[in-house]
Design a protein around this ligand. Structure first.
Ligand code: ATP
Length: 300
């Protein structure tokens, strides 16, 4: 499993270095080899504000020239709509999200946000317009308050509490020994995958970007945690243009369009019902997951 974002141990190291300056998380990427390849064009302008339409036009990409990863992919996510990328492991789903965040530039084709080619705008403004709920949220060895406020360090106490409420964190925080002041992370309280994901959702709510990338956790959560996450995700995705990378098909049924990727190409696309009716790869993946869930006793 390749993570969408940075290795945690690296971030831990950087965190110790930057604790006082509280720099924007995306800037950390400049300290790493690969993303440094992407540089702003001389004439790059800030991204114009807009409702968040995303368009991938016939893109191709390879990490190494001898191994194409994405070929001839075209996708459109209209403003405020949700597109889910599904497909077998290694199909290229996370790579598409990394290209939108411009960790890499496409080798062919174009990616547009609000009608602007993302190579023509500053990376800072592009990334400010995109919120990410990653698979594995990095928590700093600091208070819950600090960890949530990280989404927008200038946020007031009331704004942080409102984001926590929308992310369904109230009950969890109320039960902590020191509430918002409880220290979490490596040397503090350990949080479950679901709790960490809700912190990520609260951060995104504070950041309030028009575009959202959801990189769904692969690990299965218990049903109660899953429901809390699902409703928190609905809060955060409502009215935002959302690109969801999904591993569990049960979470994408509400998407406006589901794109089934295989070997770096679009294999099928449609709504959940349309794809089931096609009886193709989506149908097979769906049947496979139902069988696995039944074997694990997960309610259908
Ligand atoms: P999963 O569902 O397992 O997360 P995915 O569909 O998101 O998979 P990607 O992470 O996009 O797949 O990876 C697509 C292909 O690109 C894989 O074969 C992977 O090995 C390769 N790949 C991913 N990241 C890199 C990288 N930094 N350098 C080289 N190859 C990479």
């Amino acid at each position: 499993m390749i993570q969408l974002f940075i290795p945690l141990n690296f971030l831990g190291f950087v965190y110790r270095e930057i604790r006082e300056s509280l720099i924007n998380i995306e800037r950390l990427f400049h300290l790493m080899d690969q993303p440094a390849k992407v540089v702003d064009a001389d004439h790059a302008k800030p991204l114009n504000p807009g409702p968040g339409e995303i368009r991938f036009e016939n893109i191709a990409f390879a990490y190494n020239p001898d191994r194409p990863i994405i070929e001839e992919v075209s996708l459109t996510v209209a403003a405020g709509k949700k597109l889910a990328l599904v497909g077998p492991s290694g199909a290229g789903k996370s790579t598409i999200a990394r290209l939108l965040f411009r960790f890499y530039d496409v080798d062919a084709g174009q990616i547009w946000v609000h009608g602007q080619d993302i190579r023509e705008v500053t990376q800072e403004s592009l990334r400010a317009a995109i919120g990410v709920v990653p698979q594995d949220t990095v928590l700093f060895n600091d208070s819950i308050f600090y960890n949530i406020a990280y989404g927008r360090p200038s946020a007031s106490r009331a704004e942080v509490e409102r984001a926590a409420h929308l992310a369904h964190l109230d009950d969890f925080i109320a039960r902590l020994p020191q509430g918002y002041e409880t220290v979490v992370g490596e040397r503090g309280l350990k949080l479950s995958g679901g709790e960490k994901q809700r912190i990520a959702i609260a951060r995104v709510l504070l950041k309030d970007p028009p575009i959202l990338i959801l990189d769904e956790a692969t690990s299965s959560l218990d049903t109660q945690a899953e429901q809390a996450i699902m409703s928190a995700l609905q809060e955060v995705a409502a009215s935002r243009t959302t690109l969801a990378i999904a591993h569990r098909l049960s979470t994408v049924q509400d998407a406006d369009e589901i794109v089934v990727m295989d070997h770096g190409r679009v294999h099928e696309r449609g709504t959940h019902d349309q794809l089931l009716a096609k009886r193709g790869l989506y149908f097979q993946l769906w049947q496979g997951q139902r069988a696995a869930n039944q074997a694990d006793g997960v309610p259908q």
